[in-house]
Write a protein that binds this ligand. Sequence first.
Ligand code: AMP
Length: 406
Amino acid sequence: MKFTEFGLDERILEGIDAMGYENATPVQEQVMIPILQGKDIIASAQTGTGKTAAFLLPLINKIITEPHDDHHINAMVIVPTRELAVQIAQSMEGLSYFTNVSAIAVYGGGDGTSFTTEKKALSSGVDVVICTPGRMIAHLNMGYVKMQALRYLVLDEADRMLDMGFHDDIMKIISFLPKKRQNLLFSATMPMKMRELARKILLNPLEINIAVSKPPEQIVQEAFVVYEPQKIPLVKEVLRRKDFQSVIVFCSKKQNVKQLSNELKRSKFSIEEIHSDLDQIKREQVLLDFRNKKLKILVATDILSRGIDIEDIDLVINYDVPNDGEDYIHRIGRTARAASEGTAYTFITEKEQQKFAEIEELLGHPVTKAQVPEQFGPTPAYNPKARRPSHSGGGKRFGGGGGKRR
Ligand code: AMP
């Protein structure tokens, strides 16, 4: 479907054109019209599907075509991570470039100046606020945020927000908002707790399901069955095999990120790390260098697995097996975007075999087990059933992530 068929304002069509979009993606086709009609929606849509523009375009259109108060906040988008807030703000800037709609990203971790800038915007009125929950609450508690005229609320990556323990923060923010508003909820997965949250927030929502929990077919997926101490040397070996231009190595814990990144730096690889202990300025600098291909290898926690759009990644290495099948798909989905080829390697230690078998179940097929080079010595056999705890009846598919910062 062409963007011209949605009845969007000319100034928005210009922005779409400048962004280089021609046709709407399936998510955009399905959600834009109901949003324009004023409906609440709950959509299961993953990153990489064009969901950001799917909610931003109708919001911008509503703000510029309906009477509204310039001195109040019109729309709020709540997101789990600072990176996602920045990325959505950038899309907003591009798509609304030819309009006079204003937006600000409000997230923690910056310096005192950013808090002052945010305070100024929130108290004098800005059309769209894109925020992380904790930072927004800090502003709301000070009493100057102009919420009385807010009409649109978006929760993006809502499942991730619940995993990170933001349920109460979200409800607290909502307690500050006018009751009459349009609500849009996007989530990659729809566990029970998500439906409960939706029941509390949405009014007669239209349910749209566009999630495809399958990785793109052009990703070559392989796994190495190893002992823990073999992992670091194997990362080095894999990185030396081919001249990869852009690589992300995902670790489940920041301790592993730090340890691996020290080792790789010592071996003179072009590498930086990213996790929640780094300050915001450093995180943004590392991401920028990686995006611009100045930096070849990024070692990261799951903070980067969802929502972040970086083009042309050749290789994703799962240094640890992700906790959750959806996380696996998100992580490996960083590669092979835009129909190019990509490779995803996963390292599986003995105690992770059961978890990986569950991921294979979700994928619907086993992942090829690659040969660990002989010089690494003996490796464990892949036999997840033998390692299945006796109480596991197979009812539960995936373990949760918990509420920690990653
Ligand atoms: P998202 O799922 O929102 O993270 O979007 C994934 C990527 O698709 C981003 O780089 C967007 O700029 C891009 N994108 C969104 N909508 C379209 C479209 N209709 N045509 C081409 N690219 C798009």
